[in-house]
Ligand binder design. Sequence first.
Ligand code: C2E
Ligand code: MG
Ligand code: MG
Length: 725
Amino acid sequence: MTDLSERSSATGRMQSGRSPRATKRASARDERLNNVLVAHPPSWNGLLEALPEGTALHDGHGIIHYVNGLLCAMTGYEREDLIGQNVQMLVLPRLRKAGKRARRNDANAPANVIVSGAELYMLCADGREIPVEESRSQLALDSGSWVVVAIRDVSAQRASEKARADAELRFRVAFENNMAPMTFADADDKIISINDAFCQMVGFTKEELLGCDSTPFTYPDDVGITESTHLRLISGEVEQERYVKRYLRKDGRVIDVEVSRSPARDEDGKIRYFVFSERDITEERALAAQLSHQALHDPLTGLANRALFEDRLSQAHGRVVRQGGIGAVLLIDLDDFKGVNDTHGHFVGDQLLTAIANRLEQVTRTADTLCRFGGDEFLYLAEGLVSPAEAEVLAERLIKVISEPFTIAGSLIEQHASIGIVIWDATCTSFSETIQNVDAALYEAKRNVRGRHVVFTPTMHQRAVSRFALVQELRHAFQAGELAMHYQPIIDLTTSEVVGFEALMRWHHPEKGWVPPNVFIPLAEQSDLILELGSFALREVINEASMWAPHSSMSSRPYVTVNLSAHQFLDPGLVPTIKNLLSESGLPPSCLILEITESVALIDIAETMTVLEHLGTLGVGIALDDFGTGFSSLSYLAALNPRIIKIDQSFVRPVHESSRNDTLLETIISLGQKLNMTMLAEGIETEGQFNRLRRLGCELGQGFLFCAAVPHDQVVAMVGRVLTN
Ligand code: C2E
Ligand code: MG
Ligand code: MG
């Protein structure tokens, strides 16, 4: 090893290419340094050991003569492992050729050449490869030419460079290639970077937008949104902003965009950039609007649905509580709408509903709410009424507008409606109570004459409650055996003999006594209970009538007539049930006559004809009940061809006796006779009525004059008897 003073002279040689002034300055410094070194001569070893880099000294052939401790620490070799070895042992095998070449060049280089910064990997004792930076310098000493190799471990630097490169790559991927539109703006909101997705969203090119603020693509009315968020972020009022604003695309289309905007701050907390991430929510908003419309509207008519109505009612209630006043809820129910569906089909039914909805919309205020409440029911919420009478005028207007004929799919259809009205004010709070009350009013409106309106009164609620209670009791009555069939004799008006009976249902209520069928049958008809009652009646009647023997004076057995409700008549199970009951009981089919009213027969005339055909095949007869109270369509009368026509009591016992009534009764009787149908007069109470009917040629009759309906045990004794009074 040589002394450092020799190295210092070598350093002096290395600086030989400098300017005269610099050389002068340097030599003055060297001289000072030399003086210090002469005064305090360090050992070369000590100096090399103090160097902050791993250092090796090798001869021109690469044979290591010296290594410092740091290099040993870096490589994991002991000093003895390295000294005397070729530096190639520290070079990766794949780089050894290049290393050799470099050393050869070093050897040929002028003595003061410094090679530095070469980036290499160094092979450690344990096989690890560590990235290093190497600087080599030629050192010409008296003892020969040496190469000083200084090696710096740059693992940490490389790792941080790699991390930076990775971060840049990630950013590029996240920004440039991101499918989400993004922009960077400077602290003044001027765009400095923009990705492709953003350009696609707004239809501008990068060149058109870089350096601009957001004005070119902001919908003019929304420019203020951007400015205010900018101010809020700059002032530090908020850390981040998320807002929706409209963008104006280059092609003129307006889109809704959700913008997230965050500031990027420097170390001093000053805003350097703004990062914007945008999302086109136009379709999402349109879909949400469509979904919410669907959720709140009836798909057929486009009117509000029940949920929206409920909401509007509660808002209206809030207004009435604050401001006072009254409003009204109208429940509009189409009379016999089922007939339209059955006659013209559901397609026409749907079109009629839509046409009605349109008409209602035309005559109502847009501020009020019109709702399709159910199949053929509409609700109308009227606000700000001056008086309850106003609601009644409105109801009449709605009834009138509905009753004007509709032309649908080429058919002229007449439809009528009944309306229940509830007047409400601040005291009325519950939606369900309002609906209950308006329902009760509608029930009253439909009860007798249809096509009218009724305003709710508390007694209606009472009646609705008792109706409900009665239905519950009826279910119980049915199971408790409180129902029975009674029989009213049917008289041959010529002989006054009992030839048959009409079966009439009776309910003996434990507290109320006899409840008339006019009260409980219509209630049962509103639910499936009527089917249970109906099949009970058929079973009882067929079984009981099968026990009736003909009187010796009679040529045939007495027959029994049974009333059928609409539900029962249109029930597909009716014909098979009757067939079974007849065969089980042994009652001859000709002894059974089913009573249907005209309105039941006309619900679905095609279906009626099919049922009648099946019943005819069984041998069961039909009686047309309450004739004269319905449509009394003569063409249908011929088509239905009933065995018996039962003339309604209103013709037999007219409120006012008159010659016109007489003529009417006469005409009905002669019509039946001409059509070859047996005429039966209902509700004969007086001798006079009886005689007149007999005179007019009416063959059969029933009425209190002869006998009211009696329990079954009294029937047998009556068969064939002559009942006059
Ligand atoms: P409807 O079929 O027209 O029966 C005739 C009604 O007139 C019976 O009333 C009968 O008691 C009553 N009546 C008979 N003669 C006279 C009279 O001289 N003067 C007066 N004022 N009335 C008379 P009821 O038994 O109260 O039945 C009423 C209605 O209830 C029946 O009218 C029928 O539509 C229905 N109904 C009765 N039983 C049944 C049944 O088992 N099933 C079905 N679906 N309906 C039934
Ligand atoms: Mg009847
Ligand atoms: Mg009748």
